[in-house]
Design a protein around this ligand. Structure first.
Ligand code: O7M
Length: 212
């Protein structure tokens, strides 16, 4: 995926009007947004097409898909039918569940991102011990896009070493969660930033500061 300024806006706001307001303010700096449960549950999947049509953005749907294969298939179908350019799935559920997501993404000629280790402190308990294996599974399955944390650069580097330089890694955890954008981008291909932009008094300036 080609992402302008290597910066993805995590648009975790609770309404269409807030989403449009933020997008208007940052549209010069950003061409890719991540929509997760907060906005999709508030406004329905139609919000994907509305924001794509209005701003021409690419939309990554962060539904952290983590079910059995048959259900994952249905979730991905609905998401791509609604216009998503990519979907994010969990890896801990294993290869059959992930393969179901990959098959649907391929069918729609869209992209799949595999979530390895998460960025929050609690991820150390269950996910971190499995993350390297999740990344190795992704490589074995031919997956080229990954999510790995900006909050633990040593772990981000470990995951980069596993998936290789050709893989595309996007990293959340910059700003409010303590991660440093510049250092993260020495390892990752793009950063995902939410609150530091949409809660800022001046979101446009917040983007520009991140890009410095
Ligand atoms: O910048 P923030 O902290 O306000 O937002 C970060 C976004 O990234 C928010 O949408 C989280 O749900 C998401 N995220 C993480 O913060 N940590 C993870 O490990 C994974 C994600 C994510 O995007 O998952 C795919």
């Amino acid at each position: 995926m080609n992402i302008k300024n290597n910066l993805i806006l995590a648009l975790d706001v609770g309404s269409e009007s807030e989403a449009i307001d933020i997008c208007e303010k940052v549209k010069e700096s950003i061409d890719t947004i991540k929509i997760g449960y907060p906005l999709a549950l508030a406004e329905g999947l139609e919000i994907i097409k509305k924001l794509k049509d209005k701003f021409g953005f690419k939309v990554i749907c962060d539904f952290k898909v983590a079910d059995i294969d048959a259900t994952n298939e249905k979730i991905c179908e609905e998401t791509f039918k609604a216009g998503a350019d990519a979907i994010i799935c969990h890896g801990f559920v294993g290869p059959d569940s992930v393969q179901a997501c990959l098959d649907v993404a391929n069918k729609y000629e869209k992209e799949l991102f595999l979530l390895t280790e998460m960025s929050h402190p609690g991820a150390k308990k269950f996910l971190q011990p499995a993350a390297d294996e999740i990344a190795k599974m992704g490589i074995k399955m031919g997956i080229t896009n990954y999510v790995a944390p900006a909050t633990r650069l040593d772990r981000l580097q470990d995951i980069r070493n596993i998936v290789g330089e050709d893989a595309y890694i996007i990293s959340p955890g910059v700003g409010k969660q303590g991660g440093d954008g510049k250092k993260t981008l020495e390892i990752s291909n793009a950063i995902i930033v939410g609150r530091s932009i949409y809660e800022a008094e001046n979101p446009k300036e917040a983007c520009e500061n991140l890009l410095k």
